[in-house]
Design a protein around this ligand. Structure first.
Ligand code: DC
Length: 225
């Protein structure tokens, strides 16, 4: 493959817009690394559930934050806690139901942002999340904001669910709840960066999304894909 420019591509958007799947495919196409920032918030949440600082519907934020210096998270590209691959565990409904309030804790955001900056230090990165273009990499060369119809998003997430007891309505409520919390929290709320380009994929296939991006990279960023 011809050497392509090494830029940072920030992809933000609502839950289940397909950000991570899209980001992963782009990264493969460009020979970039892909970082899924939501997975790190999920790993912190799993860690809290395991050490008891998250239990019975409550999060002891102070106690959880006190355990963060001992937490080693990485993406290679699956998400790891220490040497344990937790990619499957962090997608379970129990983690999903706590991850949004956990991600609103300022010290958790600092912890995740530090890890993201370390992992992205070589450039050539596609990173997806809620605040990548606004907070984590405000100078990213390309910012994309993804959106899609709510029912379409809930159905996509429902099809991926591995918990046998989870219904479509559970998934829809969780998605609505997270969108509301993520966009109304005090620290780094989900919002479109002023210079982000909107990609609405309600009626698009993944191939069409990739082609849209390839055309953009070729025409505006000097790529030859
Ligand atoms: O993308 P996801 O659904 O796996 O993200 C899980 C949660 O993490 C989401 O509800 C909000 C939070 N998150 C965040 O606050 N900031 C990010 N950059 C990424 C995710």
């Amino acid at each position: 493959m011809k050497q392509q420019p090494k830029i940072i591509i920030a992809i933000d958007g609502y839950s289940s817009t397909g950000k991570s799947s899209f980001a992963k495919l782009i990264a493969e196409r460009l020979g970039y690394i892909h970082l899924d920032s939501g997975a790190l918030y999920r790993a912190v949440t799993l860690h809290g559930l395991r050490n008891g600082t998250i239990a019975n519907g409550k999060i002891d934020a102070e106690a959880l934050v006190a355990t963060l210096p001992g937490l080693e998270v990485s993406q290679r590209p699956d998400t790891y806690i220490g040497e344990e691959n937790v990619e499957g565990l962090i997608r379970q409904m129990e983690v999903s139901s706590y991850v949004s309030p956990v991600s609103a804790i300022p010290a958790v955001r600092v912890f995740v942002d530090d890890n993201l900056h370390k992992m992205a230090s070589g450039g050539g990165v596609v990173m997806d999340g809620r605040d990548i273009g606004t907070t984590v990499f405000p100078n990213a060369e390309l910012k994309i904001f993804m959106q899609a119809d709510e029912m379409v998003r809930a159905m996509r997430r429902y099809k991926e669910t591995t918990d046998p007891g989870t219904t479509f309505i559970d998934v829809l409520h969780n998605l609505r709840d997270r969108d509301l919390r993520d966009s109304t929290r005090d620290v780094s709320p989900l919002r479109k960066a002023d210079d982000a380009i909107v990609l609405d994929n309600t009626c698009m296939t993944m191939d069409q999304e990739i082609q849209w991006l390839v055309d953009l990279l070729n025409s505006k960023y000097g790529f030859s894909l």
